[in-house]
Design a protein. Structure first.
Length: 273
């Protein structure tokens, strides 16, 4: 199987807030750089955020809250949009409202890295489909302050083949092939908007069977199996060549935890009498 395409974007922004420096270095990993027409949340990705400044950065505690209130997609060139900006500020403030079911913020301390796990992320804004789609992935810190990625570009393509696999519940599973990549897609019945799930081998027969009767299904790629969550539209387990989101998250989190432990050790040594 061809190794999944990875795009690495770095956020780097500085602002003077009470004489402190707010810098963030954020890794954004996309696993393919092409989209098909109608794909609303193309470019599913995972990310890690490192605080490279001197001021703590407030981030949502859970990936769901982060996606709702802080993660943004901005088309290029950036243009002012008062209504959109006001909505973003309201959504950001919601994160701290526990009565509304949100979980609040935590402080990412200087030199430490945070990796969100438990879900993959989607671009928050539907971008017009074209041969070249340019945008930034951005993190909102409140009061109009954004951290923007470097400019990013995706290709809008016509797939080489589209193969109907099966229907599970209210979702149709489809195999889409483009050049030397083959991906599993999920589409809600009655919708024309396919969501990419994971890469598959180019030649193996793909089979689907019920797993627990509660929304989980086993997908076979040849003799390798994966567990697909119909409601989250993602794999919960599977070999690394298929579960590319889980693999990256697991390895990047382990590295972040090791780096954070070293950062804390050095700080403790520096503060010791």
């Amino acid at each position: 199987m061809r190794k999944s395409h990875i795009i690495l974007a770095m956020f780097l922004n500085t602002a003077s807030l009470l004489f402190a420096e707010t810098n963030a270095l954020v890794e954004v990993h996309f696993f393919k750089d092409w989209v098909v027409e109608g794909e609303p949340s193309f470019g599913n990705f995972n990310l890690a955020i490192k605080n490279t400044g001197t001021d703590p950065i407030l981030l949502a505690k859970t990936p769901f809250d982060f996606e709702v209130g802080q993660l943004g997609t901005r088309t290029l060139p950036h243009t002012p949009d008062k209504m959109s900006d006001e909505r973003q500020e309201q959504e950001h403030k919601l994160i701290a409202d526990e009565s509304a079911g949100f979980n609040g913020f935590f402080s990412l301390l200087p030199d430490e890295t945070h990796v969100y796990e438990g879900r993959k992320f989607f671009l928050s804004r539907r971008l017009p489909f074209s041969e070249e789609i340019r945008f930034t992935v951005s993190v909102y810190l409140g009061k109009g302050f954004w951290l923007d990625s470097e400019p990013m570009m995706f290709q809008g393509v016509v797939p080489d083949s589209v193969e109907q696999l099966t229907t599970i519940g209210l979702r149709e599973l489809t195999l889409i092939t483009y050049k030397n990549e083959r991906w599993l897609y999920s589409t809600l019945q009655g919708s024309s908007n396919p969501f990419s799930v994971c890469p598959l081998s180019l030649t193996n027969k793909i089979r689907v069977e019920p797993h627990d009767g509660k929304g989980l299904f086993k997908i076979w790629d040849g003799d390798k199996s994966m567990i697909f969550d119909m409601y989250k539209v993602m794999l919960t387990e599977g070999p690394d060549e298929n579960n590319v989101y889980g693999k990256w998250t697991r390895e990047r989190k382990q590295r972040a935890e090791a780096d954070n432990a070293e950062v804390r050790r050095k700080k403790a040594e520096a503060q010791a009498p």
